[in-house]
Design a protein around this ligand. Structure first.
Ligand code: ADP
Length: 365
């Protein structure tokens, strides 16, 4: 049900494996799609190799780093498990990495599961009751956990106890089971969907924001060094400004540019290799990919700039609403290309300009 591993072994707990939940068995591939479809399967080994192991290697997000290091140092000084931690932000910004860092820094092991995998309270009871003192439990996509499991989690987080229900109907009894002190690290791309009682039980909440190009450049320099890739500053800079503020995308683009450099270029990642490779992969100068551009195009061409509801927009680009909302939209909003209004999504002047389209007369947003 969960995967347990020691920190520093290079495993990241998201390999392909089978998960069993009573009558339900999920393959690793299905889980990947449910939990983190945003990371491609082939990337997992590379990602594991590039993941910073300790807080000192974690680039950017200075506030989160400082706050988390205080939480961890205080726990170490008190020789207690740190408070539960909630990590919130779009995919690829380092939530899983931070969960692993918490375990690594506390010198404890990490158990990994995900909201969609916890469909019954019993699934969670089995995980919780097998935890050991000081262990870190990482629940990815925690907002997708079943409601009954959520309620069980409240008690586990606060009182380190689970009530195991034995029997059914009026004869059912709850047998309390004490749990060891553990730390829950929850990750969500949709903190707004978390019920307040669950949110309130986290002692520390970190909101991960998109990275600056300068921080992404540092990520890229580190990755190029670790992967033994020859690069020039201008090449890495070009990649950093087109990575949508996201380390996962920066590392992915680095690998694609390396392909271009090796096959068509000089073998070195220079500006020419970066520009040409990113053209091949349809990543434009703002870092928008095909999905982002389809969203903008549908919004402007088909709906005259909006307002359009999220569901309609998602159907029109042939994607799930969740993907549009958590992957595409946050970046388009941050870049000032669309805005969210109570009536729906609306294209801004920057969006029309980016698509090189004429803004309709009397257009209001
Ligand atoms: P999330 O769980 O938020 O989707 P991950 O933690 O899996 O994101 O991060 C994706 C990849 O990006 C990791 O493999 C790691 O190599 C890289 N990464 C993320 N954050 C950082 C960071 N702050 N510094 C360096 N690399 C990072």
């Amino acid at each position: 049900m969960t995967e347990s591993f020691e920190p520093g072994t290079g495993r990241d707990g998201v390999d392909s494996y089978e998960l069993e939940f009573g009558d339900q068995t999920m393959t690793g591939a299905e889980r990947e799609r449910l939990v983190s479809g945003r990371a491609e399967t082939a990337e997992r080994d590379d990602e594991a190799a590039l993941r910073p192991k300790g807080l000192a290697d974690f680039i950017g997000q200075p506030k989160v780093r400082e706050q988390l290091s205080l939480v961890l140092d205080a726990a170490k000084a008190r020789q207690k498990a740190p408070d539960h931690v909630l990590l919130s932000g779009p995919p690829g910004l380092g939530k899983t990495t931070l969960a692993m860092i918490v375990a690594h820094e506390m010198n404890s092991s990490l158990r990994v599961t995900s909201g969609p995998a916890v469909q019954h309270a019993g699934d969670l009871a089995a995980i919780l009751s097998s935890l050991e003192e000081g262990e870190v439990l990482f629940i990815d996509e925690i907002h997708r956990m079943a409601r009954a499991a959520e309620e069980m989690l409240y008690v586990a987080m606060e009182d380190f106890r689970v009530d195991v229900i034995v029997g059914k109907g009026p004869g059912a009894t709850a047998i309390p089971l004490d749990l060891p002190q553990f730390t829950l690290v929850g990750a969500t791309t949709r903190s707004g969907l978390l019920p307040a009682p669950l949110r309130d039980r986290f002692g520390f909440t970190a909101l991960l924001d998109f990275y600056s190009s300068a921080d992404l450049l540092t990520v890229l320099q580190r990755s190029a060094r670790m992967l033994g890739i020859d690069s020039e500053l201008a090449g890495l800079e070009e990649i950093s400004t087109r990575s949508r503020g996201t380390p996962r995308i920066a590392n992915r683009l680095l690998r694609r540019v390396r392909d271009w450099a090796q096959v068509r270029g000089s073998g070195i990642i220079d500006e020419e290799a970066a520009t040409n490779a990113l053209r091949v992969y349809e990543v434009d100068e703002l870092g928008l990919d095909r999905l982002d551009r389809s969203v903008l195009q549908v919004l402007c061409k088909r709906f005259g700039g909006g307002p359009v509801g999220l569901g309609t927009l998602a159907v029109s680009v042939g994607e799930e609403a969740d993907t549009v909302e958590t992957v595409s939209e946050p970046y388009l909003v941050r870049e000032g290309l669309i805005s969210r209004t109570p009536r729906g999504r609306v294209a801004t002047t920057a969006a029309w300009n980016h698509l090189k389209m004429q803004i309709p007369a009397n257009y209001e947003f």
